[in-house]
Ligand binder design. Structure first.
Ligand code: ZN
Length: 79
């Protein structure tokens, strides 16, 4: 998968997970609890699986935006 698409997917999952958590805090029920838990788990799983450097495969952590912290190459497809 293209890095930009992976980043978009990650961001979408994070936004949904955070949104559901907030919603759940305001209107708590078992249904929203399990749905939000599922999305948080999905966001974490996607982060572990997808949030990696396309060049060296290193996990990028929280701060990486433009370049890989390990190999220093650009993440958006440029060499
Ligand atoms: Zn790298």
């Amino acid at each position: 998968m293209e890095f930009k698409k992976r980043k978009l997917l990650m961001n979408a999952l994070n936004v949904i997970a955070v949104g559901l958590m907030i919603w759940q805090l305001m209107r708590w029920s078992w249904v929203t609890f399990w749905i939000s838990l599922a999305f948080v788990a999905a966001a974490i799983a996607a982060n572990r699986a997808l949030w990696r450097c396309p060049h060296c495969g290193e996990h990028l952590g929280m701060g990486a935006e433009e370049t890989c912290p390990k190999c220093g190459r650009r993440l958006d497809g440029g060499q």
